[in-house]
Design a protein around this ligand. Structure first.
Ligand code: HEM
Ligand code: HEM
Ligand SMILES: [Fe+2]
Length: 464
């Protein structure tokens, strides 16, 4: 750690860890309900456990994004955070929002718009927290006078994510109108501006871990941002096929969303080529596993499995089935969970004083999570294929179909248990060492750099 105020990140990461653990409890509860009988049906029905599962996911991932940004910005801008106090108040308010939202869901108090179920007071709190966060980060950069492209892309992503949350504050009683605008938030988040956030973290990690040339990485970032805009914005229409809007959205959705994986292929190639050129000299190899893992798993979960059901001719059969859950898990995990875990693993040696190489528990955690999530994806996929065939093609009723695909849910619970062991190991590894906020006088990352363009890194004119 080079700047004292980077210690703020630790508390964001710690909160994210706890919420991640809780998310899985509600995921496992949701999965067991598919097998029935459900003794908790009156207390915690499926809709409640699922809403808590997905909302905790969004809250912990955003907590991770905020913590990782507070870690990254001081290093990139070479300065302390503008206001540490504001960063802690922001975290407190954010967690208060998250915890009370979950308690509300337990009692059926929510806005009922999938993934945007937060009641209005919570939504307003979210906007306030985002404004505090963007102000604090913006002032930090402004004061330093040093603004890198990596930070720029990250901030563009975070700022646009806040902006795109605004349509979620409006309420429409017409379902078509309501769902039309819901995708402005959800789709443009996960297939648009969050990809910039991921791209920003990925570039930062690759520059630090592989010594990749900053100029090359940042050129890649521009390409990724361009591709995301070209394909992602009109790609929103892949959610407009069956919601009651004009039919011209069908070809638009099919064509543009089919182009979305191009950016993800680019991201995976740039991560892999940076790794190959690095000669694997950086001591924090575990962070490198998570970094490359995120790029590759995104290509699989979002790129390949998104593409698999994005054309209207396929989506008319698969829409809203377990095929969606298959893709939703692999994509969210690869792109957003893994990149947060990568940032945490990268920062941990600095904020806890552990050794850089990563512990055995850390490597076990990586492979158990990866294997577990891959298995879960296959379980949802096989369940989904069975469901589409029986329910949509043969015309069997929904519940009759569910009875016939039980075996896939057994497989889901088995693979999710492997995944959960991996996550428990990660959380254990995180908390096993107490935080130790020790300042390193020397520029460790530059010292460790095996190769790369030191001039571009240190040239004050370029960034001044
Ligand atoms: C990191 C990027 C991505 C994430 C995190 C993600 C996540 C999700 C989630 C959670 C859903 C379910 C949303 C809901 O029903 O409320 C969904 C739906 C969908 N996604 Fe993605 N996705 C990503 C990228 C992509 C890409 C690149 C494509 C296409 C190439 C794609 C195609 C689809 C389609 C077609 C649906 C609708 C499924 C249906 O009709 O039920 N996704 N995605
Ligand atoms: C112990 C591990 C987990 C289990 C057992 C689990 C199980 C489930 C179940 C049963 C659902 C409901 C599916 C449906 O509506 O039929 C669900 C939804 C969802 N889960 Fe998980 N999950 C787990 C971990 C995760 C993780 C790690 C992520 C992301 C990083 C995630 C993301 C999602 C998303 C985005 C949805 C909503 C999908 C949709 O409705 O389209 N889950 N999960
Ligand atoms: Fe989408």
């Amino acid at each position: 750690m080079r700047y004292k105020s980077q210690s703020v990140a630790y508390w964001y990461f710690a909160a994210a860890m706890v919420l991640f653990g809780l998310q899985l409890v509600f995921g496992l509860l949701s999965a067991t309900k598919y097998l029935g009988p459900d003794p908790l049906i009156n207390l915690l029905p499926f809709d409640v456990t699922k809403v808590i599962h997905t909302n905790l996911l969004i809250v912990w991932v955003l907590t991770g994004f905020m913590g990782a940004t507070y870690w990254l910005v001081p290093e990139e801008s070479r300065t302390e955070i503008h206001s540490v106090k504001l960063a802690y108040i922001q975290l407190g308010l954010w967690l208060l929002m998250g915890v009370t939202a979950v308690i509300g869901y337990l009692f059926g108090y929510g806005a009922g718009n999938k993934l945007l179920e937060q009641p209005i007071p919570h939504k307003i709190t979210i906007v306030v927290v985002m404004l505090m966060f963007l102000y604090n980060v913006g002032m930090t950069i402004k004061k330093s006078g040093r603004f890198t492209t990596t930070e720029g892309v990250l901030l563009l992503g975070l700022g646009s994510a806040a902006l795109l949350y605004l349509p979620a504050l409006l309420h429409y009683s017409n379902y078509t109108v309501s769902i039309y605008y819901r995708w402005w938030t959800i789709h443009l988040w996960v297939e648009g501006v969050w990809e910039m956030i991921q791209g920003g973290f990925l570039a930062y990690l690759l520059i630090r871990l592989t010594g990749a040339d900053r100029e090359v990485m940042e050129k890649w970032l521009y390409v990724i941002v361009g591709l995301v805009f070209i394909a992602g914005i009109l790609g929103t229409a892949h959610h407009y096929y069956w919601v009651g809007v004009p039919a011209y959205w069908l070809p638009i959705g099919g064509i543009f969303s089919a182009l979305e994986p191009v950016a993800l292929v680019g991201m995976a190639i740039y991560a892999y080529s940076a790794l190959r050129r690095s000669g694997l000299a950086h001591p924090n190899k575990l962070a490198l596993h998570w970094t490359l893992g995120s790029a590759v798993f995104t290509l699989f979960g979002a790129g390949l499995l998104g593409f698999a059901h994005t054309f209207p001719s396929v989506n008319k059969w698969t829409h809203g089935t377990l095929i969606t859950a298959m893709h939703g898990h692999a994509a969210f995990y690869g792109a957003y969970a893994m990149i947060v875990l990568a940032m945490i693993v990268y920062a941990l040696p600095s904020i806890t004083g552990r050794k850089e190489g990563g512990s055995a528990a850390g490597y076990w955690s990586f492979w158990l999570q990866l294997g577990g999530m891959f298995g879960m994806t296959l379980s949802f996929a096989t369940a989904g294929i069975g469901q589409v065939y029986l329910e949509r093609i043969l015309g069997l009723g929904y519940l009759d179909t569910q009875l016939k695909i039980q075996v896939h849910f057994l497989m889901l619970i088995a693979t999710a248990s492997i995944f959960t062991v991996g996550v428990v190991l990660f959380i254990y590894d995180f908390f096993r060492h107490a935080p130790r906020f020790h300042l390193e006088p020397e520029d460790d990352d530059l010292k460790d750099r095996p190769t790369g363009n030191l001039r571009a890194e240190t040239d004050p004119v370029k960034y001044g």
